[in-house]
Design a protein around this ligand. Sequence first.
Ligand code: BEZ
Length: 217
Amino acid sequence: MPTLRLGSTAPDFEAETTKGTIRFHEWIGNSWAILFSHPDDFTPVCTTELAEVSRRAGDFEKRNVKVIGLSANSLESHHKWVLDINEWGKTDLQYPIIADSDRKVATLYDMLDYQDASNVDKKGLPLTVRTVFVIDPKKTIRLTLAYPASSGRNFDEIIRVVDSLQLGDKHKVTTPVNWRPGDDVIVHPSVPTEEARKIYPNVVEHKYYLRTTAQPA
Ligand code: BEZ
């Protein structure tokens, strides 16, 4: 199995989900996608994460991002757990969750940590760690994250990176440490300062390699 890196094509697959059978690439279509795994259904941290992703449906939609969850549980289990998530999170979870009991997709995406003995099911089989894959409309992997079972992810940060990636795809800019949408951005190193001054307002050359400008629209 080839290692998945930034720039790899996201592997395609067919899977059962809480919203029916999907072919992954076809499901993504012309959108961006966030594929995220959680260790197990009916667990506390996972419940808070899946509820948060549901509550933020509007944030994903306005960025043209589809979200899809995954764990090594059955469809029946997912459907029952979604009732709890909705009740606890005061939400109405609408995104699909992949039922990957046989770990077919988890293996394809290297989501299983065979060395983490604390993250196994009753049979001792490894459960998925908290991975995130941000995938663009060309099906290229643009961000990967792996979190331990004990630590819930920060979806503000994941959305922030989507904003940075989408901005960088549209303009020749990159984003600095702790950037938030609306903050100044960095002129891409491939753009000479003179050219940057013609394209962007108020380019400031702090160093020959560090030029900032207001965030372009
Ligand atoms: C949780 O979601 O709370 C959790 C899941 C697996 C292991 C530890 C915690």
